[in-house]
Design a binder for this molecule. Structure first.
Ligand code: GLN
Ligand code: ZN
Length: 755
């Protein structure tokens, strides 16, 4: 019985890779120093796996930027604009692909989310010119290095079909046109790796999604060739992030030696898999969650292994992580500031390896390992802990009524009373919430966090930043003002820190993309709001101006999606609890006289399940949670929501069902094209399509904004059009912010003259 993980986090416990990469990019260190740090990290991760008792060591899961980028580099699928000459790819070109080259004005390759995780991969581009030519220096070198060190290497590759499915097609080329040539390169790579590898892991998470017919045909074609190229070295096909479901028979029909299934997100598939598994196929059971931070229920997992053992021989079973541990922080033992009780409920990557080893040991040895006993005690303590189950919150959830999800009047009626109340001009101008977070703001926040300044000093400083932001907005003559969010480090963490049921790590970083990491809050218990969170800041800002000030909150779905969530109750229930807490805040803002309240749902779209047949259920509860948050207010209170993305087609119905009075969306990069979806759906309420991209310091001209607005007006009736940037301005500097907004307001004024 082999124990293994599908991959290990790359950054290092202190984010060593991040710091080294950034030094390299700044030109402070040479290539050899970067590569030597990378080698040290790899070796360290192999050693950790091995010491914990992993039989197979994942190789090639490490990356200097992203594993999909590594794969496309290895396959020689390098877009023409990077001028690759077909020889071994240099590091400079590699990073150019990831980050672009401003001096030579070569745009970077696109980046997008890896399935439904928060990790971003580089999107392969398939054009008629894509060369496909083997270029695999690093992986083979790493396998040899690991073998030299005495490990059993298990190289990890992104599978060919997943690769093709994740790629984007450019210049009219079709992904499947590339299958044959690409498979040949995969075969070359495999035949080089095979003699030195114990197993070869090929990741095909695409099998846990709805796949087209072409993919079904491509699988047997590619895998017959891969099998031949591996010359007897066993192939482990991995599926993860869900159930194989309708792709199970396809997976089982392939000429592979092992199949990995995700037993965390697809536990129910085991029975079917066991009933259909061919005689000599090894089954790898992903029992330890790679996507969350809780200790595994080792007793239940052992029970699952026992079930498998009734059908399979012991050496026909592998035990592993559900997916790569890339999505998990590194080591819980460094969390010295975390409440020890909470720490004892959690397992990060290092501890997950121990859990996998313990599961194997528990199967094979007569006396259960110590960890099994400790695990049971920790789980029992968690289950009954008073902070986990808060009866006041449970009672409120029990007492929810349908009225709590519905505004008093429909939008048409609300909009009349809101017009009378706010008397805004046609095409009202506003911003999305944050204003530049200057280094002074960050420093002040840090000093307060470290206890170097008193609360009153901090409050005064922030109030003065708010006053500046309000003044500047008045000078710009914006119509609906905001306080600027200087007190917020992050739109989720800020709320999590004030809500009961959340905790925070000091070092629980997870890679988001490249050297960027995020440190998600952890929701461990029932959520409630002990005290008002934002009212004092909003109230302070409103008192400084006669114009309406928009209160600013993060919505429940976004808070949920960007946190590690408890796994003992359904996500939808956790979301409901958060919704109630934010609803309390909405009502308090309203009572304080804040007439316009924005509830950001930046993550509504990304929370969508991978399988289409699960979308409706998700959208139902997600939208309901938003409505629960926003529906307690009077008709005269205007609810805004903001969503920063531009693919609305599939969720149009749900966006409308949120029943916000105004929504702002990202639209400038699509040149307002996305508004077609709103027209087609006859979206009833008011919309602020972003008129400029906030990701770059470029100042949009008045003309440019004006013509975007003209375009928007072909789709949206004038009385429902708002004018705002694509998103918040916190990453921008003041000079370009003022210029851009000045032009935005001018464009609005020019337009008003025509109506
Ligand atoms: N209100 C937030 C801000 O302006 C919204 C950020 C977001 O949508 N990502 O920063
Ligand atoms: Zn946004």
């Amino acid at each position: 019985m082999n124990a293994h993980v599908l991959g290990f986090p790359r950054m290092g416990v202190n984010r060593e890779l991040k710091w080294t990469l950034e030094k390299y990019w700044r030109g402070e260190i040479q290539e050899n120093e970067l590569l030597s740090t990378a080698d040290q990290l790899k070796k360290h991760h192999w050693e950790l796996q091995s010491k914990a008792g992993m039989d197979l060591i994942a190789i090639g899961d490490f990356s200097l930027y992203d594993h999909v980028l590594d794969t496309l580099a290895m396959l020689g699928a390098i877009p023409q604009r990077f001028g690759w000459d077909g020889t071994l790819l240099d590091l400079e070109t590699y990073f150019q692909m990831a980050r672009g080259d401003v001096e030579q004005s070569i745009p970077a390759m696109e980046m997008t989310k890896w399935f439904d995780s928060n990790y971003h991969y580089i999107v392969p581009e398939l054009s008629r010119h894509t060369p496909f030519k083997k270029n695999n220096g690093q992986l083979l070198a790493d396998v040899l290095m690991a073998k030299d060190l005495g490990y059993s290497p298990k190289p990890v590759l992104v599978g060919p079909i997943t690769f093709l499915m994740l790629a984007k097609e450019v210049d009219g080329s079709t992904r499947w046109d590339h299958l044959e040539r690409m498979t040949t390169v995969y075969c070359d790579i495999l035949s080089e790796l095979a003699p030195h590898s114990a197993w070869i892991q090929i990741d095909e998470p695409i099998l846990c999604t709805d796949i087209p017919e072409e993919a079904r045909t491509a699988f047997p074609f590619a895998y017959a060739k891969l099998k031949a190229a591996a010359k007897g070295t066993p192939l482990l096909l991995t599926s993860y992030f869900g159930e194989l479901d309708d792709n199970l028979d396809l997976a089982l029909s392939l000429p592979i030696n092992g199949l990995h299934i995700d037993m965390v997100r697809g536990p129910d598939q085991l029975t079917t898999v066991l009933s259909r598994i061919p005689p000599n196929l090894t089954l790898s059971l992903g029992l330890v969650d790679g996507r969350n931070i809780w200790k595994t229920d080792l007793e239940a997992a052992s029970h699952t292994l026992n079930t498998a053992r009734q059908t399979l021989a012991t050496d026909q079973i592998m035990v592993g992580s559900s997916c790569s541990l890339l999505h998990s922080p590194v080591d819980i033992t460094v969390e010295e500031n975390l409440d020890p009780k909470l720490r004892d409920w959690m397992a990060f990557a290092v501890q997950k390896c121990d859990e996998i080893a313990a599961l194997k040991q528990n199967m094979l040895e007569s006396a259960p390992p110590r960890l099994i006993k400790e695990n049971k005690a920790a789980l029992e303590a968690r289950a009954i802990h008073a902070d986990v189950m808060d009866s006041a919150t449970r009672n409120r959830i029990q007492a929810l009524t349908p009225e709590m999800y519905t505004r008093t009047s429909p939008f048409a009626a609300r909009s009349l009373v809101q017009r009378a109340r706010f008397k805004l001009p046609l095409f009202p101008t506003t911003t999305i919430g944050s204003y530049p977070q200057t280094s002074e703001i960050r420093k002040t926040r840090l000093k307060f966090k470290k206890g170097e300044i008193s609360e009153s000093t901090y409050t005064t400083a922030m109030q003065s930043h708010i006053a500046t932001v309000v003044d500047r907005q008045e000078e710009l003559d914006l119509d609906v003002l905001v306080h600027g969010e200087p007190e917020r480090n992050d739109m989720v963490e800020y709320f999590g820190q004030q809500l009961k049921g959340f905790c925070f790590t000091s070092n629980g970083w997870v890679q988001s993309y490249g050297s960027r990491c995020v440190k998600p809050p952890i929701i461990f218990g029932d959520v409630s709001r002990p005290e008002k969170m934002t009212v004092a800041w909003a109230d302070h800002a409103q008192k400084l101006t006669d114009k309406p000030l928009k209160g600013m909150l993060t919505g429940p779905v976004t808070i949920l999606c960007w946190s590690f969530v408890r796994n003992d109750i359904p996500r939808s229930e956790v979301c409901q609890q958060i919704a109630l807490a934010i609803r309390d805040e909405v009502l308090d803002l309203e009572s304080a006289g804040i007439g316009i309240i924005q509830i950001d749902e930046a993550a509504l779209r990304e929370g969508m399940p991978l399988r289409h047949n699960e979308h409706e259920h998700y959208l139902r509860w997600a939208v309901d949670c938003f409505r629960l948050t926003s529906s307690g207010v009077k008709d005269t209170t205007q609810i805004h929501s903001h969503m920063c993305y531009s693919e609305f087609n599939v969720i149009m119905k749900s966006i409308a069902e949120m029943d916000a009075d105004v929504i702002s969306i990202e639209a400038s990069r699509s040149g307002m094209d996305l508004l077609e979806a709103f027209k087609a759906y006859q979206y009833p309420a008011e919309i602020g399509p972003g008129v400029y991209d906030i990701h770059s310091p470029r100042v949009p001209s008045t003309d440019e904004i004006y013509s975007l607005l003209q375009k928007a007006l072909t789709v949206i009736p004038p009385e429902r059009l708002w004018i705002n940037p694509d998103c918040g301005l916190k990453t921008r500097d003041w000079p370009e912010t003022l210029e851009s907004l000045k032009n935005m307001v001018s464009a609005a004024k020019r337009l008003r003259k025509e109506y």
